[in-house]
Design a protein around this ligand. Structure first.
Ligand code: DSN
Length: 414
């Protein structure tokens, strides 16, 4: 049998570089995580070779008896984990899960509402540069200028004015609990359906550390690789009466053959999330976010909305006098990987941005705790306050290497 190194030394070399990059950097990207070796094993298996268009026991191909079992297990585990009536585990990614749900619930040109990307929403919730924004008339809601939290009164006012057929709740840079019950009430006032995209918080929801959207929503979508710590993929949950239209919107309307290897990896991730240790992991993720938030505040940085209830903090770095882009690059040079992010009512372009988004799911998987969080907060402030100071940057790089050597990465080093 030939190994990757023998067959394709170029790709093999680059993958090794990526392993080293992951081992030697502190990952604070709020939407990333480290999947377990078991998840990676299923995802990298020869299941990748199998075509299985259709659903368990209703396939268009022969030889699906084993993948039927795998997909059925993934479905049952997803339903159990989130107390849902129906699960579709075929979406390749969050964008497909969302688009399929729109196909199921809307006609082209219909009015819908979603959170503005500029205020922390996700681009597939109606941003004009995406298919969602081109296919439907999305009205954006945002956060209040004073509290920087979702302005539910504005959501209600816009809903009454525009009478959307669908309201989308969920965010990618919002550090606060989302009140799904309130969204349901607003949706009911205008006869709208409610879709919650819980991609960022799915792991927290799974263990009850963020209120679940499932009882309040018609449809819930999610990716599986963020707080949920699974493979890079997605799923949809819905009420029984919507099962058929959701299933046919995912396949054949949105996608062709499912990625059976990814479905197996999702089944493994759901299994892991059903274990008691997953609660502990999510608890630590939240604790780490709290320490990071309070340390950054103690050192004078302003946090959007004044803090966090979840796994991420959105930091306004205007006072330091650097852009988010500059901060991202300087932190990158010392081995701290983050993304720049617009803050609500940002006066800079999204490319430059006035904020940085920091998340704790990945470093918590690695075992970082309170002491490390305090040190990381101090390192971040030190580096972004002295951008271009080589001595400060080399010292910070040393400190990052020290922590990285001490904390192995699940899935890579175990
Ligand atoms: N791009 C992801 C994030 O970083 O939040 C959401 O899909």
């Amino acid at each position: 049998m030939s190994s990757l190194r023998q067959i394709d030394p170029e790709i093999s070399r680059i993958i090794e570089l990526e392993r080293k990059r992951q081992q030697e950097t502190i990952n604070l990207i709020a939407s990333e995580n480290y999947a377990s070796r078991a998840v990676l094993e299923a995802n990298g298996s020869f299941l990748t070779d199998k075509y299985a268009e259709g659903y368990p026991h209703h396939r268009y191909y022969g030889g699906c008896e084993n993948v039927d079992e795998i997909e059925t297990l993934a479905i049952e585990r997803a339903k159990k984990l989130f107390c849902a009536e129906h699960a579709n585990v075929q979406p390749h990614a969050g964008a497909q899960a969302n688009m399929a749900s729109y196909f199921a619930l809307l006609e082209y040109g219909d009015t819908a509402m979603g959170m503005s990307l500029a205020h922390g929403g996700h681009m597939t919730h109606g941003d004009k540069i995406t298919l969602s924004g081109k296919s439907y008339r999305f009205i954006s809601y945002g956060v209040s200028k004073e509290t920087e939290r979702i302005d539910y009164q504005e959501v209600e006012k816009l809903a009454l004015e525009y009478k959307p057929k669908l309201i989308v709740a969920g965010a990618s840079a919002y550090p606060r609990i989302i009140d799904f019950e309130r969204f349901r009430q607003i949706a009911d006032m205008v006869g709208a359906k409610l879709l919650v995209d819980m991609a960022h918080i799915a792991g927290l929801v799974a263990v009850g550390l963020h209120p679940t959207p499932v009882p309040y929503s018609d449809v819930v979508t999610s990716t599986t690789h963020k707080t949920l710590r699974g493979p890079r993929s997605a799923f949809v949950l819905c009420r029984k009466e919507l099962a058929q239209i959701i299933d046919s919107a995912v396949f054949p309307e949105m996608q062709g053959g499912p990625f059976v290897h990814a479905i197996a990896a999702k089944a493994v991730a759901f299994h892991e999330a059903l274990q008691p240790s997953f609660f502990e992991y999510q608890r630590k993720t939240l604790d780490n976010a709290q320490v990071l938030a309070s340390e950054l505040q103690r050192m004078g940085l302003r946090l959007v909305s004044g803090g966090t209830d979840n796994h991420l903090v959105l930091v306004d770095i205007t006072a330091i006098g650097v852009t988010g882009k500059d901060a991202q690059e300087a932190l990158g040079r010392v081995g701290i990987v983050i993304n720049r992010n617009a803050i609500p009512f940002d006066t800079r372009s999204r490319w430059l941005a006035s904020g940085i988004r920091l998340g704790t799911p990945a470093i918590t998987s690695r075992g970082f705790g309170e002491a490390e969080m305090k040190h990381i907060a101090e390192l971040i402030v030190r580096v972004i306050s002295h951008i271009g100071d080589n001595a400060i940057e080399s010292q910070a790089k040393e400190e990052v290497s020290h922590w990285c050597r001490r904390f192995p990465i699940p899935g890579i080093d175990d």
